[in-house]
Design a protein around this ligand. Structure first.
Ligand code: ACO
Length: 379
């Protein structure tokens, strides 16, 4: 067996072969199944993109209609799951509520084995359909309100915003939200996707796969940066304070939230699309001083850190967009999860194709032949 160099966090070590997505961090390219993200953001919808990611090709008109109809039909969640969610503490983080609820779906629909194509299809539909309903339900239930039932007349994104805000959204709002989901749907083997793949490789059920991935996404080093961008913009407080704030961060060697990326060394292509969407929202519904602060900060960071390859990442503008859509800050990461379920399911399906359980090795750094000391002799 070839002994490989040890890389903490497996950085740069290929852990799988995959044809789902591709990133070129030097040129700022992201492709899903070979299609550039810019094209999907302008021409596709989230559900069509999810279909593409999971089954490898764009659906025909009939296939897409059937997929959308099935998802619409499965949006409701069982009363028993709602009753369980009512017992969650209202102070709990929505990501913890989502992880527990996703795992609970397995109590009803689990199958632990190499699944048949019909089971894969049912699980894909159920997870894509029910995860947004569970996120919206917890948002209302933690305040003691009843969840809003899905509205069969609304498409995927409009229905989610409706369940969340109890109002039918403006078409621009639901379009912008749908593009946000498309942009977050997949991004090669990041931590949560790897977690999904490892869990999938044991042939456990897809609800456990998604629950593991949600738990991994919840960490501040992964899904939580857009929440921190909003806190940072609030702390900066004014356009005039942007450059003094940045100088202070640089002196303290503090990271500027929403900038830098392990892979992209130019501006993240998703940040460019999100900035454009934010502009459309602010043009239609009125500007926001935090957007002005963000524009000035991006300019200043580019001047000071551009030479290091530090540019705006996907999280920099997504928080501003969600805020403008009236979404509470602690739901930003669950929304990331709603989108990324598509990518996680694509990797689950791919993993099942030529499955081999993940079993990496380790470099043991402990002692050997250590004597057992009886408890009364220990100091
Ligand atoms: N602000 C200031 N300096 C930065 C930033 C930043 N946001 N990001 C990187 N740098 C600097 C580092 O200080 C380091 O400088 P040095 O070489 O002089 O020591 C250099 O750039 C390289 O930084 P690393 O931390 O080694 O880069 P890495 O690739 O490991 O980090 C990461 C990527 C974790 C995303 C980092 O840029 C960061 O913490 N950014 C802020 C948090 C953030 O926005 N996270 C969301 C990422 S996108 C996502 O997960 C969906």
């Amino acid at each position: 067996m070839t002994v490989c160099e040890y890389k903490p966090g497996l950085e740069g070590i290929p852990a799988a072969q995959s044809s789902i997505s591709y990133v070129d961090g030097k040129q700022g390219i992201l492709e899903y199944r070979g299609i550039r993200i810019e094209e999907l953001a302008t021409k596709s919808t989230f559900l069509e993109t999810a279909y593409l990611l999971i089954w490898g090709e764009l659906p025909t008109k009939e296939e897409l209609k059937a997929f959308e109809t099935e998802i619409r039909y499965h949006r409701r969640i069982k009363y028993r799951i709602q009753d369980m969610m009512k017992c969650f503490p209202e102070t709990g983080h929505p990501m913890d509520a989502l992880q527990a609820s996703a795992a609970a779906l397995g109590l009803f629909y689990s199958k632990r084995a190499l699944p048949a194509p019909s089971y894969i299809r049912e699980a894909v539909v159920r997870l894509l359909a029910k995860i947004p309903t569970m996120v919206a339900a917890f948002k209302l239930m933690r305040k003691g309100n009843n969840p809003v039932k899905p509205n069969d007349n609304l498409d995927y994104s409009a229905n989610f915003l409706y369940m969340l805000t109890e109002q039918e959204p403006d078409p621009l709002e639901s379009h912008v939200f749908d593009v946000c989901l498309t942009l977050h749907a997949e991004h090669t083997i990041n931590a949560s996707t790897f977690s999904a793949m490892v869990t999938a490789s044991t042939l456990t059920d897809p609800y456990a796969v998604i629950a593991s991935a949600v738990g991994t996404l919840a960490g501040p080093l992964h899904g939580g940066a857009n929440e921190e961008v909003i806190s940072m913009l609030e702390e900066i407080g004014s356009v005039e304070n942007v450059r003094p704030y940045l100088e202070d961060c640089l002196l303290r060697k503090a990271k500027i939230m929403g900038f830098g990326h392990r892979v992209y060394k130019v501006k993240d292509p998703r940040a460019t699309i999100l900035q454009n969407l934010a502009e459309q929202l602010f043009d239609k519904f009125g500007s926001d001083k935090y957007y002005e602060i963000a524009l000035e900060l991006e300019q200043a960071v580019e001047e000071k850190l551009g030479y290091k390859g530090i540019y705006a990442n996907v999280d920099f503008y997504s928080g501003l967009v969600y805020r403008k859509l009236g979404i509470p800050t602690d739901l930003f990461t669950p929304i990331f999860a709603i989108a990324r379920v598509a990518g996680w399911l694509a990797h689950w399906n791919e993993q099942l194709g030529e499955n081999r359980i993940f079993r990496p090795t380790q470099i043991y750094t402990g002692d050997h032949n250590v004597a057992y000391v009886p408890i009364q002799e220990r100091t």
